[in-house]
Design a protein. Structure first.
Length: 251
C-alpha cells in the first residue's frame, strides 16, 4: 500500500467535492443554513424547558446537538450520488486498470471523509455560536464532538455504498439515500418526536451521536460514562455498516 496512491485517491475525492456545487453545498453548508433559520425562529422560544442538567435552554439549543448528527447523515446522499456517478462515467472502471489497489482506494476515501466532517462540524459550531448557542465548551469536549462526527461519517459512507449498490444511476442513488436519511432524521437527530418514539431511535446510528454530543455540550464533563457508551456503540455500528457496504459494493 503506497502513500502516493492513497493521496491520489484523497485528492480526487476532495476535487470532486469542490468541483460539484451540489455536493459541496450539502456536505458543508446545508445544515449551517438550517442552523441560521432555526436560530432566528426558535432562539428565544423556551417551550421545551431546561436541558437534562437543569439549565434553561431554548428550543434551538435543544436542537443543535441533533443538527450536528443530521449533517453527518447527509453524507449518505452526497457519497451515494458521487460513487454512482463515478460508476456511470466509467471512472471506477478506469481506476481498475491502474496500479491502485482496492485497499488504497478505501484508505483514500476514509481519509477524505475524515477531513470533510471536521470542516463540516467546525462550520456548524461557529454558526450555532453566532446564533446564540451557549454550550459548556471545553477543548476536550470539542475534540470528542469531532470524534463522534468522524465515526458517523464512516457509518454514512457505508450506507452510501449500500445505496450505490442498489441504485442504477446517480439520480436514483440520490433518491434512495433518503431511505436511510429520513428515519435517522426523524428518530435520531434534531426533530423531537416525543419520549414514546425514542425507542425507535435505538436502532438509529444518529441517535447515539446526538445524545453523546448533547451530554458533551450540556454536561460539560467527559467523565460521564454514557458519553463513552454512546461512542462505543457508534464505533461498532460504523465498522459493521462500513464493512457490509464495502462487501456489497465490491461484488
Amino acid at each position: 500500500m503506497k502513500r502516493q496512491r492513497i493521496l491520489t485517491v484523497f485528492r480526487m475525492e476532495m476535487k470532486k467535492l469542490i468541483r460539484t456545487p451540489m455536493y459541496l453545498f450539502f456536505s458543508l453548508f446545508f445544515v449551517a443554513m438550517l442552523v441560521i433559520i432555526l436560530g432566528l425562529a426558535l432562539g428565544n422560544v423556551y417551550e421545551w424547558g431546561p436541558d437534562a442538567y437543569g439549565n434553561p435552554r431554548s428550543i434551538f439549543e435543544h436542537m443543535v446537538p441533533g443538527l450536528f448528527a443530521y449533517s453527518g447523515i447527509m453524507i449518505i446522499f452526497t457519497f451515494a450520488s458521487s460513487v454512482t456517478g463515478d460508476r456511470d462515467n466509467g471512472v471506477q472502471r478506469r481506476m481498475k486498470t491502474t496500479p491502485i489497489t482496492s485497499g488504497e482506494v478505501i484508505v483514500g476515501q476514509m481519509l477524505s471523509y475524515t477531513i470533510i466532517p471536521l470542516i463540516q462540524t467546525a462550520i456548524i459550531l461557529i454558526t450555532a455560536l453566532i446564533m446564540g448557542f451557549n454550550p459548556k465548551l471545553t477543548i476536550e469536549g470539542v475534540v470528542m464532538v469531532f470524534v463522534f462526527m468522524i465515526f458517523l461519517s464512516f457509518c454514512s459512507v457505508g450506507l452510501g455504498l449500500i445505496t450505490a449498490t442498489i441504485a442504477k444511476d446517480a439520480r436514483a442513488a440520490g433518491s434512495l439515500a433518503f431511505i436511510f436519511i429520513v428515519p435517522q432524521q426523524l428518530f435520531g437527530s434534531f426533530i423531537y418526536m416525543g419520549e414514546s418514539m425514542r425507542v425507535i431511535g435505538v436502532v438509529m446510528p444518529s441517535q447515539y451521536v446526538t445524545e453523546g454530543i448533547y451530554r458533551i455540550f450540556y454536561g460539560g464533563t467527559l467523565t460521564d460514562v454514557f458519553i463513552w457508551l454512546d461512542l462505543l456503540v457508534i464505533v461498532i455500528i460504523s465498522f459493521i455498516i462500513y464493512v457490509i457496504g464495502l462487501k456489497l459494493f465490491d461484488r
